[in-house]
Design a protein around this ligand. Sequence first.
Ligand SMILES: Cc1ncc(COP(=O)(O)O)c(C=O)c1O
Length: 483
Amino acid sequence: MATIDLQQNAQDHLWMHFTRMGGFGESHDVPIIVKGDGCYLWDSNGKKYLDALAGLFSVNIGYGYGEEIGQAALEQMRELPFYTNWSYAHPKAIELATELASLAPGDLNRVFFVSGGSEAVEAAWKLARQYYVARGEKQIKHALSEPETRHDAIVSATQRGPHRYKAIARHIAYHGTTMGALSINGIPALRAAFEPLVPEVRHVHNTNRYHRPSAETEQEFTQFLLDDLEQAILAMGSETVCLVHMEPVQNAGGCFLPPEGYWRGVRAICDEYDILLSADEVITGFGRLGYWFGSERYDIKPDIITSAKGLSSSYGPIGAVIATDRVMEPFLDATSIYSHGITFGGHPVMCAIALKNIEIMKRDGIIGNVRDKQDVFRAKLETLLDLPIVGDVRGTGYFYAVELVKDQETRATFDDDECESLLRGFLSPALFAAGLICRQDDRGDPVIQISPPLIAGEAEMDEIVGTLGTVLAEATKRMQLGG
Ligand SMILES: Cc1ncc(COP(=O)(O)O)c(C=O)c1O
């Protein structure tokens, strides 16, 4: 199809996600991406872009492995194009589950496949809810079988305490769009149109330290966050909470790193109140932080990991919920099942793609590349701090955010109208016109998110920083002129 026809059909028929569909037409076209290789993309007019967002934080190996991964997909298509994980297994799901169990830290040994990140979060919350039901039933069954505990078991079976169904997440965090995952989301603007959401989620402070009082120490900040979490649990009724769900490094709001002692404290609180801790590794999994999982980087010891995106480097839609032996235990009874399933969970072709992706990541030293170059990348990005509009550069691995401010000294941020004119009106089109794809995000304070494929080298880093520098210098001028 010619570009002009693609344009027309896109405007007439395609409903793009999170997109102002009324904005296309006379003034600007639908950006149509037709080709990718390495860290680069090309549009239907032949213009080249450096993809500093790796698709959606997800094309970890870059765009150049289509032949090899396609061959693995083709072979699986020939052998067994589809079969289900509902009561059946097939070799590729078994192989991938075994591989993930070996890559995930500790005793995270059990893998439940889904099609993407939202489904993984959805499945994690359902798993946590049912875990306490299954564990309670198992305990009662066991007690009933012993003459000396039989009486107590009958009493406790008839006086069951409150059901654990509530979840805790963090302000501004993004965890997906299906109703359960959306409820866990901490972004009010995404939630508003869909209220009432799934009961019951509370959001606690995230680890954004940039706007905290300057005299506060890191230790005090950690304590403040942990107190906030504990207070939320107590206010909700600790015996009703089943899940604490958080990213190792929070993406939305701009790469909020955990302060020292944070994850140790979160784990301890979850243990104290017998609540499952779920690490949302949909972005941080598969190398973005220089480790297979961010949980390893920060020694989080979660009970559940949710993953997707980088699991296949987005060459196929697949996600995984990875659970510890302890979480699996009540589901190992002869008559017990986790009452959840989706047709495409563990799709053999997607498993073959994910396995090939992991093989490539190992063979080509993709995670090693992140570890070797992350400091250089950070140092290059930090040169942007010379621009008055850049307040903060934060992140780790190949996962960074640049926070924009009106005033570096006071850290004053932009209001909604200023964000609209600066981010959407100027920065977004200017960066795209300059051939750089990254994300301008104002779900919290305004940031530019930078998260390139994990194969990026110094040449790509220089290009990212060079283009950002030029465009942000122009944004600074506009800001100073008040327009
Ligand atoms: C941390 C996190 N969790 C969940 C999701 C939802 O993933 P998906 O878009 O694959 O449903 C995302 C997506 O960006 C994410 O960043």
